[in-house]
Design a protein around this ligand. Structure first.
Ligand SMILES: Cc1cc2nc3c(=O)[nH]c(=O)nc-3n(C[C@H](O)[C@H](O)[C@H](O)COP(=O)(O)OP(=O)(O)OC[C@H]3O[C@@H](n4cnc5c(N)ncnc54)[C@H](O)[C@@H]3O)c2cc1C
Ligand code: FES
Ligand code: FES
Length: 1754
């Protein structure tokens, strides 16, 4: 077998035969070009993007620049790029111009000095955080910009249209792609020179959106990436396109030149190309056959069909990105990619004259090539023009729009929304249609082309020589749906050779003035790179009324084609998807598929035929859509509604009614304005504002470019995956239990170990046999743990072991006989000599299960013991752990518990009281397990007075108490938000209600109770670098582990525990991490411990790097929650109202809101009962509970408040910390309560919020005289303000300021007159706001009022409210929502060590205990080190240059005991420790060196350090160690936080979000977000802005699109059954925000006059997590937009019914996150589009009639 040759960055490489069919990314990882990152391996993220360098278009002239076509290296097999030239991030050509050099970032950004212009811009725009995605972005941006620059240099007008991928690839270059288009003039033309004179970005909006749509970034929020790309303008053309290459193919690269294969290679390729069928021997005895003609292809296929050889066709090979369950080892791969006949794009019979014609699209044409052909100058237009010239007419668009041009533009735009750019560049039309026909692919191609009337041409492949080779054509939908009945051969029995698309010419019946209109759209979870939930395409042939014999009115629909594609249940539609889903029973990482149904809506088409193209007729025709959709098997109501919405949009747009103007009269609007789709999202831009740097503390406070930014952009930064391993190292892959609740009866690895490369299997039994270690301290989990088989308790040694009764941790490997507690639970590792071999073998390990169902079937004697639920069993296990039972019975299979309700009903609860003993215990809900949570005031008394049961009763965990005698009856008020006929927002069961009770002043009810239930979702981390570890045995019997972790201590201790080693024998190291977000705080233990165990057992180095699907399956994410809330409003007494009026006015005035906005009520009390879904093992999910109770009080003055939390135990992966753990849930809960209460009161939520904020009370003389409180002043609850105070108010007695919780510190000291003025000032600064749960914010640091005012007034949010109202009044089909809210994040502190050494040459080695995972910790630490050491220099010589500072890798050997990097504070803590160490060094330098320089007024850092030299010895020691933390940082207030032993401070921010929803399809856009934070004085404002943006956008994902559910609808199918495996375990299903999802305008302001200033370099606040909480504003804005939609429709209905009242405008319907398109569509109301149109028309008619009557009356 010969190796395959390819050229990477100009270097000739040879892929060994065994790698020839591996993904290109896997091969590149074995070379020195390791920049590609495999973050998903399924085409979903673009981290692996590389560019194919292709020859310039034919006719481009000598020296023309090549074309760059980006591809996913994770999907492209090595064989597909043999002989080709590839550009990776490290090979991007360096910028050559002076301008680029001038713009180059400083050396501190890392990397080589000469970088490509894109790398430079990414670095200087702070566009990388963890950096894992950055090489992919660099390649994607560079390629798009290069192609645009090439086009511009040629004088082409459109920069975006030719941006990327228009090549059809390979050597068979088609002239019509990027050449021969009239843009072939070469060189630096006048046009280019003229363009260069402008500052225009090279890519326009659409071009940039497309360039980035195949790439995901989890850290940055995209804004800096987008602005980096935008910054590359026409002035950079030379740097991008490079100088001309002599002869068009250079052997080597000059600076800036792009690389093409050498002449020799080109010649070899040409020789191979001469073969009719090239045969390439691949690894694993596979053969690739490359036919070079259709005849050869058909011949080979016939031969293969007749043989017994397993084979398949391959085209772009992107299918495996979706269908991962494909067999990997067919003996023969037959590629269609190089058959010229299958790559044609030509017009047939297009001679004009009205004779029609068609576009023939070869089966191997890529999606991007087709799109480019449709719209670019050298493509279809040119062909049609040529045809018209020959045929004498036709071919073009018709009068009045429409025709070919419209069809081409619509089709191209839609095609370019499929997948991401790198997939589109290789995915073929034929491959797509084959998958649509055979695998229920949610194909956009099928919908689009079917609506255009396309036919599929295919060649029959058959063993029967007579049948074989026949060419047939079928209508496209017959091909996809028809099966054998339609004459379509079964899978593998055909080759799609072409698709014939009739060109929609102007309709020429009678007078020839008709027109063909075409429209299409798709709705997906995300705008870009997401499979469609539904898609539709509509083609109408419109005939002038006169021609149709109908007079002169509206045009008439002569013919209609309406095609919809919809997502359906997997089991429906023939069950193709369900059959594939069966793999999930054995493999939890298998990707579950939905079904898909694509069809024509013939009833709608029939109703349209002959109808006028007018609103009423279209609405009538549309009425046929809902029943037709309802008839589709497996289609849910929300998706059906979306599909109907698409059809409505399509009909109106195609009929030319899309542009009708909206009127401002609410319901009647709908009759006039036609529904139309939302415009494409604009990519983000925005303003970043932060405090000006302070020169005296430089480089602290400066927006320094991140250390290593260029290393990241060029992909040369090393991650754990890149750590080289020794020869002989083993690669590991997890074997995972697939069926939650089943007992694992047997493990059989024999078949797996027989596979090539497999070395051995390691499971629990091997561990027990080989590893001597003490038994786990905490006992065993469900009987599953072996003696040494645990790693969790190693972490517990630091935390949980301190807490008796804490439940046991997860074992490393589940032994046979144990119960699978969650699908995905590790059973063992397969070790092999390559990663590929390990993964393949792991899937071949046979696991045998006993399920609850099978056990029940097997024997009646076991039935009674096996039909328990996991929840009940979990209770037992917990009880055992608590010591209630000594012996544990053998595990039995159970029905998995996957939801809160079931677990709560079974009382399967974690003993939170044991996990968080510092929180007050709540109700006892059973033996052992407790709820817990703080309370303030007297909630029970208030509830009794108001006649409301406690929240726990509503939650069903307490019997519903009879309403206490509340001085009056309880009356229903206002109904609830769900029952108004407008449709409920979700399935959350969020029954909300409101009632009034109690007698108050003037006989009015005194209390008003608002109750509800709400759910907050889970969210997965989706860090781009998956869990990864490399373990190696050490000489002393110890182990060294390199781990992608958030703390080397955690790794060290868990490995030591697993192996029974002293900590000193385990070394844990980490350089950097590709994103953590909490997911590597503890989950990294699993992987590190497993790898270490394998290394210890085998004595070999072991690498365990998880594939994306395995990583997601093992990752429990954040705990989802269900809250029951009871809010009690109390009517304010008149006296109280007066007393508070001034204060309220102040708040209200600031908001420019009506002064009486909040009515006469105040929020007197709130009772919350929260059930959180913990996983099968405890991990650190309790953090969610803790964070939640920390956040629910936010910044609101609620005098009586209780928050109880229970954490249920369910059969899902262990829940863990995710950025803002619990705090985001708490924020969502409290803000939803505020929304609900405001809705019930009919007031603006913003006004209600502001009225409920804490107010700073004016300092009283008593308070003023009080000395400043000690820094460690005690915590404790604020004085309760219970019903007694309210009683007095209600009786009209008045009781002074109502904000009793916001009191000044009490004092008994009487001030003297002289001291009073000073004391007042002191008091203003020191007065402390006491929060409900005992937290305190010094008044001077309470910047909420300032931030709120800034948002409302400076950012103009108050004004926007009016704009939104006006917009909503004028738009029936799109609604906007606006919401603003605050968040307070209680930031806990710890402390961290640091060790700093100054080396003789001035270099400074800094070891800090903090992991760099994108948050800029290293950069901030370096800045602080430089600034602090500068204190030893004369002012003129400051600061120490950052290039002197080197931050060392984290290593437990160098710096142990610092704990986890998490909770956002590590940057500050590490910086504080480094500062303390540096201060010691400054002292040493001042003492030892400065005296030696006394005669010099100025001296450099180097000179200073040199002055210490004079030999070895203590006098010259320039090393210092320090612990830094709470005492060294601002506003630490010990005892005030929710963990009394740790100090806490508040980070306060506010945000506003403006959204737009499409009422008919649920599509949504975030138009704008403004975020304002008080972050003190940031150490590095650019880093902090990045954290704010990134956290906000990550939170948006939680609010809008990231859904994590567990398989209860999978193959097991039983109620509550399924495998219990994560459904969204891939990028195919799980949708974090992409670039197009980010608010078009994203403004971030860091308060520039924060009162926090220590005077030293560090006066910053933590920023990594708090901003995520503010994304709640997006959800609330969406909720309000949907409320506007419901109100509109209700108004129309009422008006049509002749009623006067406006129905349920304030009705509150909570929107459950993530607000998917289905949820948003449902929340917009239950009416179908047809009903809306009809009601609106009726309303308009009623209004017209009323107006006529009124006129007549006059
Ligand atoms: C991340 C991702 C997202 C995607 N999103 C979408 C989407 O939103 N909408 C959409 O429509 N598509 C989507 N796709 C599918 C994509 O458009 C491709 O069409 C599809 O992946 C297959 O194209 P391919 O050329 O790579 O086929 P391959 O992967 O090479 O082959 C796929 C199958 O088709 C067979 N086949 C290939 N060519 C032929 C032929 N000429 N005749 C007969 N059989 C053939 C192969 O044998 C194989 O069984 C997505 C794909 C990925 C990876
Ligand atoms: S790794 Fe290739 S697309 Fe994600
Ligand atoms: S910087 Fe983009 S994923 Fe981390």
């Amino acid at each position: 077998m010969a190796s395959l040759t390819l050229f990477v960055n100009g270097e000739e490489l040879h892929a060994p035969p065994e790698m020839s069919n591996a993904p290109l990314a896997a091969f590149l990882k074995t070379t020195r070009f390791k920049s590609v990152k495999v973050a998903c391996g399924e085409g979903g993220c673009g981290a692996c993007a590389v560019a194919l360098v292709e020859p310039p278009a034919e006719g481009s002239g000598a020296g023309a620049a090549p074309h760059l076509r980006t591809i996913n290296a994770c999907l492209s097999p090595v064989y597909s790029v043999r002989g080709k030239s590839i550009l990776t991030a490290e090979g991007l050509p360096a910028a050559a111009t002076a301008a680029a050099a001038a713009a180059a970032t400083p050396a501190t950004a890392g990397g080589a000095a000469a970088s490509s212009v894109v790398v430079e811009r990414l670095a200087s725009h702070h566009a990388s955080q963890c950096g894992y995605c950055t090489p992919g972005f660099a390649v994607a941006c560079h390629a798009a910009l290069h192609n645009a620059a090439t086009a511009a240099a040629k004088g082409c007008s459109s920069s975006s249209s030719s941006s990327n991928g228009s090549s059809n690839g390979g050597r068979h270059h088609d002239a019509h792609h990027h050449g021969g288009n009239g843009c072939s003039s070469n060189g630096n033309s006048a046009a280019a020179a003229a363009a260069a004179a402008t500052a225009e970005p090279l890519l326009d909006g659409a071009g940039l959106r497309r360039a980035l749509d195949g790439n995901l970034c989890r850290c940055t929020g995209y804004r800096p990436i987008v602005s980096a790309c935008r910054s590359v303008g026409v002035a950079d053309i030379e740097d991008l396109a490079g100088p001309p290459q002599p002869g068009g193919a250079a052997a080597t690269a000059a600076a800036g030149a792009l690389l093409l294969p050498s002449r020799a290679a080109a010649a070899a390729a040409a020789t191979a190309a001469a073969d009719e069928v090239e045969e390439v021997q691949l690894g694993g005895n596979q053969v690739l056959k490359v036919p070079r003609s259709l005849a050869a292809l058909v011949g080979e296929a016939g031969w293969l069909a007749a043989s017994a050889t397993p084979w398949r066709l391959v085209a772009g090979n992107t299918g495996p990105g979706v269908y991962k369950d494909w067999p990997l080892a067919e003996a023969v791969l037959l590629t269609v990619a190089e058959v010229p006949e299958l790559r044609r794009l030509e017009v047939m019979n297009g001679g004009g004259g009205g004779g029609g014609g068609s576009l023939v699209v070869g089966g191997a044409v890529t999606l991007e090539a087709l799109a480019a052909h449709l719209v670019e100058a050298g493509g279809l237009k040119k062909q049609l023009a040529a045809a018209a010239a020959v045929g004498g007419g036709g071919g073009g668009g018709g009068g009045g729009g429409g025709g070919v041009e419209e069809w081409a533009a619509e089709t191209a735009a839609h095609l370019r929304r499929i997948a991401g750019a790198h997939v589109r560049n290789v995915a073929t039309v034929g491959g797509n249609l084959a998958l649509a026909a055979e695998a229920a692919l949610p194909s956009d191609v099928a919908t689009l082309l079917a609506a255009a009337g396309a036919e599929v041409e295919f060649v029959v492949v058959s063993a029967d020589a007579d049948a074989h080779g026949a060419s047939r054509r079928l209508p496209l939908l017959d091909f996809v749906n028809g099966g054998a009945a339609a004459g379509k051969p079964a899978a593998g029995g055909y080759i799609v050779t072409a698709v014939h698309v009739p060109l929609p010419l102007p309709y020429t019946n009678n007078d020839g003035n008709g027109v063909v209109r075409f429209w299409s759209n798709r709705i997906a979870e995300r705008y870009s790179n997401a499979a469609a939930v539904a898609n539709a395409a509509v083609l109408l042939r419109l005939q002038p009324a006169a021609a149709a014999g109908g007079g002169s009115g509206d045009a008439v629909v002569a013919e209609a084609c309406v095609v919809v594609g919809v997502r359906i249940d997997a089991a429906a539609g023939g069950g193709v998807a369900a059959a594939r889903n069966a793999a999930k029973e054995q493999d939890p990482t298998a990707v579950l598929l939905y079904g898909w149904d694509v069809r024509r809506l013939t009833d709608v088409e029939a109703a349209l035929a002959g109808a006028p193209a007018a609103p009423a007729a279209l609405a009538a025709a549309l009425a046929a859509a809902p029943p037709a959709l309802a008839a589709i098997d497996g289609l849910d109501g929300a998706t059906a509604a979306i599909a109907e919405g698409l059809v409505a949009q399509g009909l109106f747009a195609a009929a030319g009614l899309a542009a009708a103007a909206a009127t401002a009269d609410g319901g009647a609007t709908a009759a006039a304005a036609a529904p139309s789709r939302l415009p494409p999202p604009e990519l983000v831009s925005g303003r970043q504002s932060y405090p000006a740097p302070l020169p005296e503390v430089a480089p602290v406070t400066e927006p320094t470019v991140k250390l290593g930014a260029k290393l990241q952009a060029t992909g040369t930064a090393q991650y754990t995956e890149d750590v080289p391993v020794h020869k002989g190292a083993l690669y590991a892959a997890y074997v995972m239990g697939a069926q939650a609740g089943a007992v694992l009866e047997a493990i059989d690895a024999s078949a797996a170990l027989a596979l090539p490369g497999a070395v051995r299997f390691i499971g629990a039994a091997d561990m027990e046999a080989a590893v001597a270690a003490p038994a786990p301290a905490n006992g065993t989990a469900n009987g599953n743990n072996g003696a040494a088989n645990g790693y969790g308790y190693a972490f517990a040694n630091r935390f949980e072991a301190l807490r008796p009764g804490a439940p046991p941790p997860e074992p490393i490997f589940l032994p046979a006989g144990g119960r699978v507690e969650y699908a995905g639970q590790p059973v063992g590792l397969v070790l092999a000599d390559s990663a590929f071999a390990a993964h393949r073998a792991a899937k071949a390990v046979k696991l045998t299960y006993r399920t609850a169902a099978s056990a029940a079937d097997a024997s009646t004697t076991t039935t009674t013991t096996t039909t328990t639920t996991a929840a009940a069993s979990a209770t037992t296990a917990t009880a055992a752990a608590d010591g209630a039972a000594a012996a544990e019975p053998a595990p039995q299979p159970v029905t998995p518990v996957l939801d809160i309700d079931t677990a709560l009903a079974a009382r399967a609860l974690y003993p939170l009281a044991a996990l968080m003993p510092w929180l007050p215990a709540g109700k006892s809900l059973g033996p052992g397990p407790m709820t817990l949570g703080p309370s303030n005031g007297d909630v029970d008394a208030l509830l009794a007075a108001a006649g409301a049961p406690p929240a726990a009763a509503a939650a069903g965990v307490l019997p519903a108490a009879a309403p206490a005698n509340g001085n009056g009856s309880t009356s229903s008020c206002n109904g609830n938000g769900n029952g108004n006929g407008n449709g409920s927002s979700s399935s959350s069961g969020s029954g909300s209600s409101s009632q009034e009770a109690g007698a108050g002043a003037g006989g009015k009810a005194r209390y008003r109770v608002v109750r509800g239930r709400y759910s907050t979702p889970s969210q997965l981390h989706v860090y781009m670098e998956t869990q990864s570890a490399v373990a190696a045995p050490e000489e002393d019997g110890g182990v060294a582990v390199q781990s992608a972790c958030q703390g080397t201590d955690v790794i060290q201790s868990s490995v030591a525990t697993a192996l029974g080693l002293p900590l000193s024998k385990v070394t844990a190291r980490c350089r950097r991490v590709g994103g953590g977000f909490g997911g590597k705080a503890t989950l990294s233990r699993r992987v590190a411990a497993a790898a270490a165990v394998a290394a210890a057992i085998t004595g070999r180095q072991v690498r365990l790097h998880l594939p994306r699907n395995a990583d997601m399956v093992l990752n429990g994410g954040r705990a989802d929650c269900r809250v029951d809330y009871v809010a009690v409003l109390e009517r304010r007494g008149a006296a109280q109202q007066e007393a508070e009026a001034a204060e309220q006015q102040q708040a209200i005035r600031q908001m420019a809101l009506p002064q009486d906005a909040v009515g006469g009520w105040r929020l007197a009390g709130l009772d919350l009962f929260v059930a959180a879904l913990g996983g099968a093992f405890p991990d650190i999910a309790w953090l969610d509970g803790m964070g939640l109770v920390s956040a629910v009080d936010s910044l609101y003055d609620i005098p009586n408040m209780r928050c109880e939390v229970a954490m249920v135990r369910a059969n899902v992966p262990p829940r863990t910390a995710v950025r803002g753990p619990g705090e985001v849930n708490g924020t969502m809960i409290i803000e939803q309560v505020m929304e609900h209460v405001a809705a019930e009161l009919g007031v603006s939520p913003e006004a209600f919020r502001a009225a409920t904020f804490f107010k700073v009370p004016p300092p009283t003389p008593a308070a003023a005289a009080k000395p400043a409180p000690a820094a460690n002043g005690g915590g404790g609850a604020a004085a309760p303000a219970g019903p007694s105070e309210a009683d007095a108010e209600a009786a009209g007695a008045g009781s002074g300021p109502a904000d009793a919780a916001a009191v000044a510190e009490a004092s008994t000291t009487q001030p003297t007159a002289a001291a009073a003025a000073t004391a007042t000032k002191v008091a203003e600064e020191e007065v402390v706001l006491k929060m409900p749960f005992g937290k305190k914010v010094p008044a001077k640091l309470y910047t909420l009022p300032r931030l709120w005012d800034k948002l409302m007034n400076e950012a103009g949010w108050a004004g926007l409210q009016a704009e939104v109202a006006a917009f909503n009044a004028g738009h029936a089909w799109t609604k906007r929502g606006l919401a603003a809210l605050p968040a307070r994040y209680g930031m806990q502190r710890g402390s961290k060590p640091a060790y700093v050494n100054i080396l003789p040459d001035g270099a400074v080695q800094v070891a800090c205990h903090g992991i760099e995972m994108g948050q800029g910790l290293f950069t901030k630490v370096a800045q602080v080190a430089a600034a602090t050491l500068s204190e030893a220099l004369p002012p003129a010589n400051r600061p120490v240059d950052l290039s002197y500072i080197k931050i060392c890798d984290n290593s437990s050997e160098l710096l142990p005991n610092g704990g986890v990097t998490g909770g956002s504070t590590s940057s500050e803590l590490a910086a504080a420790a480094v500062r303390l160490a540096c201060l010691q060094l400054v002292d040493i330098l001042k003492a030892k060196a400065v005296p030696k320089l006394k005669n010099k007024e100025e001296y450099s850092w180097k000179e200073l350090v040199a002055a210490t030299s004079g030999g070895w010895g203590p006098a010259n020691q320039l090393g210092a160690f320090a612990w830094g933390g709470q005492a060294d940082l601002p506003e630490a207030s010990p005892g005030a936080g929710h963990v009394p032993t740790q100090p806490e401070y508040s980070v306060i921010g506010v945000a506003g979000a403006l959204v737009e929803v499409d009422v008919l399809t649920g599509e949504r856009r975030v138009l704008r977000a403004d975020i304002m934070f008080d972050l003190g004085r940031p150490v590095n404002p650019a880093v902090d802005i990045g954290q704010v943006e990134g956290a906000f956008v990550m939170g948006m994902g939680m609010m809008m699109s990231e859904e994590a559910t567990y398989d209860s609808w999978g193959p097991q199918g039983a109620a509550g059954g399924g495998t219990g495996a994560l459904v969204q375990n891939s990028t195919w299903h799980y949708k974090p925000p992409a670039a197009a999802c980010v608010p078009a305008q994203l403004n971030v302001t860091l308060l520039d006059d924060s009162p926090l200033s220590q005077g030293g370099p560090i006066s910053s606040k933590a920023c990594g997590e708090p901003p995520l909480l503010l994304s709640t504003a997006v959800l609330m804005a969406l909720q309000r937009a949907t409320a506007a939609a419901r109100a509109d429709a209700a108004r129309a209905a009422a008006a049509a019914a002749g009623g006067q009242q406006e129905q349920q405008q304030g009705a509150f319907v909570p929107l459950i996150a993530p607000a998917t398109v289905q949820r948003v569509r449902t929340a917009c109301g239950a009416w179908t589009a047809a009903e809306r149109l009809q009601r609106a028309a009726a309303a308009a008619a009623a209004a017209a009639a009323a107006a006529a009557t009124a006129k007549a009356d006059k």
